[in-house]
Design a protein around this ligand. Structure first.
Ligand SMILES: [Mg+2]
Length: 324
């Protein structure tokens, strides 16, 4: 039996046309945002994401939180490029014209937009099953854009915030974990894009990605794009107490590496820039943790050491089509 093609196989086979990129496209498919030549020193960063009811959010999710999250997940991609957000277009498909829902959604959306200087400049509204597609554009100095391709052996691997909290929050919302923790549910419903951190990483990080589909999968994209491997120490992973407790009681040690929706930044930094990184991040107030390092490896591979044993991951992360 042939396995169903995954999301990234489908993109590679049907949509990637690298041979025909025009000169103004500085970076095409395969990173957190595309980069277009914009001014002599700035690139336009463009990203798009869709949230589908029942796939990305539970059908009864509060509209305010949904408006926030739709924008936050896009801004997270710009953060991963070190970009400054500026404009957005919104395509909204609604089952019906529910004014109370629209009031909540737009309030959530514009509250976050105001905080990050984002202006809504266009869109489309259609009738159908609830689905939200948002495109966000921003700018970044061309020479300083953070990409997935620059990780080199010896670089340290860092992560902002903590892992698995949003994933465990989702289990609580779904009722598959018998507890309620408002902090974890907030991580799931109201992620905060790491835009300031992304901008601070310009000139420091050699590669960067936002963790959306699980750290194993997303760091895997950096490894594939850079042609390197990574070794992580499980004991160094920043895990909130309830996430640690969940791993212990369930025995699912891979959970924090495979759960999605963290919206943290994973990035690599050469050893000689570490002191500067710590200085900048301490001033910014966002916690970062060194979780491992980059190694030479062909083909690229990720090894997670739990003590002296490698952790076996049953799957690397969320893929929309892999299990179809
Ligand atoms: Mg991303």
């Amino acid at each position: 039996m042939t396995a169903a093609p995954g999301e990234f196989d489908l993109i590679g086979r049907f949509f990637r046309r690298t041979a025909s990129l025009p000169a103004e496209v500085l970076l095409g498919i395969g990173d957190d945002a595309a980069l277009i030549d914009w001014t002599p020193d700035k690139a336009l960063a463009v990203t798009v994401d869709t949230l589908v009811s029942g796939v990305h959010f539970l059908p009864d999710t509060d509209a305010f939180k949904l408006g926030h999250k739709a924008l936050a997940v896009n801004l997270s991609d710009l953060a991963a490029m070190g970009a400054e957000p500026a404009w957005a277009t919104l395509a909204l498909t609604l089952p019906r014209a529910d004014e109370a829902w629209l009031a909540g959604f737009s309030h959530g959306f514009f509250s976050l937009a105001a905080r990050h200087g984002v202006t809504l400049i266009g869109g489309d509204t259609t009738r159908g099953p609830l689905s939200i597609t948002l495109q966000v554009m921003g700018t970044v100095p061309k020479a300083l854009a953070l990409k997935r391709t620059g990780a080199r052996p010896g670089d340290r691997v860092y992560l902002t915030g903590s892992l698995g909290s949003a994933g465990l929050g989702l289990k609580m919302l779904q009722g598959s974990f018998p507890a309620t923790d408002p902090d974890l549910i907030r991580c799931q419903e109201m992620p905060q894009p790491r835009l300031e951190t992304g901008r601070c990483l310009r000139g420091l990080a050699t590669a960067c990605i936002d963790v959306t589909d699980g750290l194993a999968a997303d760091l895997g994209h950096i490894l594939a794009a850079s042609g390197v491997g990574a070794e992580l120490q499980y004991d160094r992973l920043p895990l909130a107490d309830p996430v640690q407790a969940y791993c212990r009681t369930s025995g699912d040690w891979g959970f924090p590496l495979q759960a999605g929706d963290d919206y943290e930044l994973c990035f690599t930094v050469p050893a000689h820039r570490e002191a500067r990184l710590i200085e900048v991040m301490t001033a910014g107030g966002v916690p970062i943790t060194r979780i491992g390092h980059i190694v030479a490896a062909t083909p690229p591979r990720l090894t997670v050491w739990r003590g002296t044993d490698p952790l076996i991951l049953t799957r690397t992360g969320f893929d929309h089509f892999a299990d179809a």
